[in-house]
Design a protein around this ligand. Structure first.
Ligand code: PMP
Length: 317
């Protein structure tokens, strides 16, 4: 395959099938399909969003050739936006809470980005506030704001949803995916619902996120979990939220590396735990789809694959 821009390598990621021979929780005839989004060129599902936000910004006139892009991010959206911005020749500034991995920050910088830190304690809400302040002060800047911008779910409604239906058909029993901004979940869920109105929708969060009514606190699983309910989830017929412990999420992440050769991040491990919980309750011959959003090498400095007891080594602040 010959391509003329790295952007052309985004999407069309494979679906890895797991069956009863892989996990005892999977009934005979049923399968979990994991969309390997870590194989995107920037290493995450957010390359799709970066490409879409920059394209949409140019189309709507919000971005000109001189515009600086500003965005609050845990890192993967920053990498995705930076990738698209580099190709378009635009400068980027990302507002990142301190706790997020050094590798993601190094990758954003490698793509020419400037990073401004906000305190971990201020959470993503603190990063959003800071981004709005910088945007207000900097003329000719654009703040796509993934947490509110309908272009976020639209990016997934238009790309990832259709890819799933092309590969699997319309008979998907359940869609199980992590929720950070909620863009991936709501965009894909809305597309799949149009094809199958009875599909079960399972949102995945770490303990410390509030979707199941739990108290907000720190967690080590990166990229998912919310401090406020994303507007994108309003009006979606969500079947249930699965709240996964750091311990269970990391144990599954390590297992998938050691047993299946999957070099994925901890939000993928959490999604797999939830997908297994889901499929064991479903009748035989069910198809569950989940998403593996990013690559694990961006968490090596956090010993993602090496510490037997990750939590003991990295107590939550
Ligand atoms: N997993 C990882 C590793 C992520 O970086 C993100 C995005 N923050 C997600 C899952 C969740 O994606 P979304 O923001 O679309 O809910």
């Amino acid at each position: 395959m010959i391509i003329d821009s790295i952007q052309a390598a985004i999407g069309q990621t494979p679906l890895l099938r797991f069956t009863a021979k892989d996990f005892e929780e999977i009934p005979e005839g049923s399968a979990i399909y994991a969309k390997l989004e870590y194989l995107n060129p920037g290493g995450s599902i957010k390359d799709r969003l970066g490409e879409y936000l920059i394209k949409e910004g140019f189309n709507s006139g919000k971005i000109k050739q001189t515009t600086t892009i500003i965005e609050p991010t845990a890192g993967n959206t920053g990498i995705g936006v930076a990738l698209a911005a580099v190709v378009a020749g635009l400068p980027t500034i990302f507002i990142v809470p301190e706790k997020f991995s050094l590798e993601k920050q190094a990758l954003m910088r490698a793509l020419g980005a400037t990073i401004i830190h906000t305190p971990t304690e201020a959470g993503i809400i603190g990063a959003i506030k800071k981004a709005k302040e910088i945007h207000a002060e900097l003329p000719d800047s654009y703040l796509p704001l993934q947490f509110e911008n309908p272009a976020n779910p639209a990016a997934y409604y238009r790309t990832l949803g259709p890819e799933l239906v092309t590969d699997l058909g319309e008979e998907i029993s359940s869609f199980v995916a992590g929720i950070g901004s909620g863009g991936t979940f709501s965009g894909v869920a809305r597309y799949l619902l149009e094809k199958n109105p009875t599909i079960r929708l399972i949102g995945v969060e770490p303990e410390g996120s509030i979707l199941n009514g739990g108290e907000s606190h720190g967690h080590e699983i990166e990229g998912i979990g919310v401090e406020f309910i994303p507007e994108f989830l309003t009006d979606l017929p969500i079947t249930q939220y699965a709240t996964i412990s750091d311990q269970a999420g990391f144990a599954m992440t390590r297992r998938l590396a050691k047993e299946k050769g999957l070099l994925i991040g901890s939000s993928s491990g959490a999604a797999m735990v939830a997908a297994l919980e889901e499929i064991r309750q479903l009748p035989h011959s069910s198809q569950v789809v989940t998403i593996f959003p990013d690559a694990g090498d961006r968490y090596l400095s956090k010993d993602i694959y090496t510490r037997e007891n990750y939590m003991a080594a990295h107590p939550v602040k």
